[in-house]
Design a protein around this ligand. Structure first.
Ligand code: ZN
Length: 550
């Protein structure tokens, strides 16, 4: 970052156009030699050279008084200023520019700022880019910076993205980089058919898990293996580490999911572009809808109808239970040991006992997790009971429940939050100080008032502090927000739960409204199964634990 800033600033420096103005008349009681037009010009040209500025023009009025404005070259210079040809006007001292204080005020306070021009008197140290007049210069500076430098630094990437050039390291699976143009994708005949197969299955309505098993059954190697074979990347998957030879046919769920969601397979190049602004060291990511997308760039592997159908199926896909209905608990129940979702299925075909079991156990077996078997009817009763109990409690003694809830909050104590607020405003002050400091540092560097070594050192220090402070402030703000939200959430929850004191049945909508998640723990020690169900209500930190008799 630092290096590119330096290059950028050097560029900025030389892009500033300086007007040198010299003047001499009989009424200037100056010792001849040093005040001559020739000497003034010499001195100012050297000064520009030292500071790396570009001399845009030399204007000299020999034999004209500084009391009046009607000097030919002076007027010519003002005209050039008005036309935006000049960024900085420099004279030996203020008196060369004018000896008339009214004119001097007009120039400094009106004319120069109006035309975004900085004026410097070299020997008397007048500099409108300093202190009070910073704003005028800063606006020029910022404009130049953001227009030219910001663009130059990042434009090549954006241009590539806008043209639909592929800028990634490795081509998406199924494609390869063209040997003629590494920013252009062509189908890889070794792997393109695999992508097409995956899309075909997905379009038939098969889920990721089914596709994964099918790929394994058909002994189709995962992308990792292909990348190794083609010498693109030397990476081994966790499956290969665990299962050796067999592992190369085991695909990650996420890989399959990414493939079927990637528009690259219909010929589109999507690039995520970050925002770059003139705020040193700052950049933020753009939202996906602001990504640069260019369609019909390369040969598609999948036709658009199939692709859209698959996206639709993915969106619609919620595992139906054995009766074709969506379980009312779908998406809410999690395994307490491995964190996987719990799948619903029929355990006993005759009795039609519906049970929930750990998805990881279902897929990978007992080496990965235990079954976590929980009958759906049991869960139903527990949840119903819990909701009714909570609702009754909330109705009976709201203050007490509210108090209990408050106790479980993190940022609870008033004092703590006051302390945090004070700290926060302190760091906000320091941050704006740092902003000013950083701008000044740039200006000092541009003006040659400090050398590169000092500039780098001071800038790094200031940026380091800025970053650390920002991070801390964000954390405190989050905590304060959290505390305020919790208070609000508590009362929301109370008014919500009160409505459910007399419910006899559960439905999906109600469950999702009231419950964040249900966690199922299983303890198999002592030779028997102990199942515990944890119900986490929405808006609440702590869950209620209930043990199910095994
Ligand atoms: Zn599990």
């Amino acid at each position: 970052m630092m290096d590119s800033n330096f290059a950028a600033l050097q560029q900025l420096h030389s892009s500033l156009r300086v007007a040198i103005y010299c003047r001499l008349s009989k009424d200037d009681n100056l010792d001849g030699e040093s005040a001559s037009i020739h000497n003034q010009r010499d001195m100012l040209e050297t000064w520009c050279q030292e500071h790396g500025y570009t001399v845009a023009g030399v204007y000299a009025d020999d034999g004209y008084s500084g009391l009046y404005m009607d000097r030919p070259d002076f007027q010519r210079m003002l005209a050039d200023c008005k036309q935006g040809k000049i960024d900085i006007v420099v004279t030996k001292d203020m008196s060369r520019l004018t000896r008339n204080s009214t004119h001097s005020g007009q120039l400094r306070d009106e004319f120069f700022p109006k035309h975004h021009i900085r004026y410097i008197g070299v020997t008397d140290g007048v500099d409108t880019g300093k202190d009070d007049d910073l704003i005028a210069f800063r606006s020029v500076f910022n404009e130049i910076y953001s227009k030219d430098i910001g663009k130059k630094v990042h434009s090549s990437y954006v241009i590539k993205a806008k043209k639909g050039k592929f800028t990634g390291c490795i081509a998406p699976f199924g494609y390869m980089k063209s040997p003629e143009d590494k920013n252009f994708l062509i189908p890889d005949k070794d792997t393109a058919w695999i992508v097409q197969k995956i899309f075909g299955w997905a379009a038939e309505g098969h889920g990721t898990n089914w596709i994964r098993r099918r790929l394994e059954d058909e002994k189709i190697p995962a992308p990792c293996w292909w990348n190794r074979k083609k010498g693109l990347r030397n990476h081994v998957t966790k499956w290969e580490k665990e299962y050796g030879e067999k592992g190369i046919y085991m695909w990650d769920f996420s890989t399959i999911k990414q493939i079927i969601a990637n528009p690259v397979y219909i010929g589109t190049i999507a690039s995520q572009k970050a925002n770059y602004r003139f705020k040193v060291g700052w950049l933020g990511d753009k939202k996906p809808e602001e990504w640069i997308q260019v369609e019909n760039v390369h040969e598609p592997l999948v036709d658009i109808d199939t692709y859209n159908l698959v996206q639709e199926k993915v969106k619609m896909r919620k595992r139906p239970d054995a009766w074709g209905n969506y379980g009312i608990f779908a998406g809410l129940v999690k395994c307490g040991e491995c964190g996987s979702t719990m799948n619903q299925r029929v355990a006993n075909a005759k009795a039609k006992t519906r049970i929930l079991t750990c998805a990881k156990y279902n897929k990978y077996g007992v080496a990965h997790c235990s079954q976590h078997r929980l009958e759906l009817d049991t869960l139903y009763q527990i949840v119903l009971e819990q909701i009714r109990t909570c609702a009754a409690l909330a109705l009976a003694d709201e203050t007490k429940v509210m108090e209990e809830l408050r106790k479980s909050c993190q940022c609870d104590s008033e004092e703590e939050s006051r302390r945090m607020k004070a700290k926060l405003s302190e760091s906000a002050n320091r941050l704006s100080e740092l902003d000013v400091l950083i701008s000044k540092l740039y200006e000092d560097w541009v003006a040659g008032r400090i050398n590169e070594t000092n500039f780098t050192r001071m800038m790094e220090k200031a940026q380091g502090e800025q970053e650390a402070l920002q991070k801390k402030a964000d954390m405190m703000r989050e905590c304060l927000d959290g505390a305020a939200r919790e208070q609000e959430d508590n009362s929301k929850w109370l008014s919500l739960i009160r409505q459910y004191a007399d419910i006899k049945e559960l439905d999906r909508e109600m469950l999702h409204l009231l419950i964040k998640e249900i966690v199922v723990h299983e303890d198999l020690s002592e030779g028997r199964r102990n199942t515990t169900v944890e119900i986490h209500f929405n808006f609440m930190k702590q869950g209620n634990r209930l043990t199910v008799k095994g």
